[in-house]
Design a protein around this ligand. Structure first.
Ligand code: MLT
Length: 236
């Protein structure tokens, strides 16, 4: 029987999905899962995604490096914000980082308590994630981080990109998978142009953030798959 790939377009819809025995691919293209993928690709040993600033601060006291972002901005008192370029530093090799972001870390926790496995997806590691989920032979649910519960274009588009990768051997049960696929097919030839009017790109541009956007939309830059082991993301 064919495996299925479903798409949950917002974390606030996870209660409608049956995650038993399935792998959740969590995506927050701009920028949490792009950062996590970049960090592990550059030798960071582990990332602990936490939902609150207090948890992040506490891990900092326990010796972790810390990253905190809210509404696109780095917070004072933490080592990093949420730019992928912050995680390319050679000095971070073999370090562990506690991370909290506006939407991405919440989506990871919602998936963690439901799915058999949690995998981190981004355009940067699209092919690697596609190959990984096909090898573990489980039904897939893409969990889009969105923005404060609302659906966004960029995460939905990634979901469509993964559906496009898997559609020849997986069945698309729900309309959300078809919506995501149509979105990706419509914009894949120039994602930056297609997404130029999306809410979070405009939000980030108001913060003078542009190069992160262009980088996070690149496909297959890293052949790595972050997976959740306990409370830590490590290389799968
Ligand atoms: C998020 O968690 O929604 C994003 O990562 C926010 C951002 O980094 O711009």
């Amino acid at each position: 029987m064919k495996k299925t790939i479903d798409v949950c377009l917002s974390p606030d819809l996870v209660h409608l999905y049956d995650f038993d025995g399935k792998v959740a691919v969590v995506v927050d293209v701009l920028r949490a899962t792009s950062c996590m993928t970049t960090a592990l690709a550059h030798g960071v040993e582990g990332i602990v995604p936490v939902e609150t600033l207090e948890e992040c601060e506490q891990l900092g006291k326990e010796g972790y490096l810390t990253a905190a972002e809210r509404n696109g901005e780095k917070l004072e008192g933490f080592n990093f914000g949420n730019s992928p370029f912050s995680y390319m530093d050679e000095t971070l090799k073999r370090k562990s980082i506690a991370v909290t972001t506006t939407n991405g870390t919440r989506a990871i926790h919602l998936a963690k308590v439901r799915a058999d496995e949690v995998v981190i997806g981004s355009f940067l590691n699209l092919k690697a994630v596609s190959n990984y989920v096909q090898n573990i032979d489980k039904d897939v649910i893409v969990v889009c981080a969105g923005w404060k519960g609302r659906v966004n274009l960029e995460d939905s588009m990634f979901a469509g990109a993964l559906v496009a990768e898997l559609q020849s051997t997986y069945s698309l049960e729900l309309d959300a998978s078809k919506i995501a696929l149509s979105l990706y097919e419509a914009g894949k030839h120039d994602k930056l142009a297609f997404l130029s009017d999306c809410n979070h790109i405009k939000r980030l541009q108001k913060l003078n953030i542009q190069k992160d956007i262009e980088f996070c939309l690149e496909e297959n830059v890293y052949n790595v798959v972050p997976i959740l082991e306990g409370n830590r993301l490590i290389l799968g």
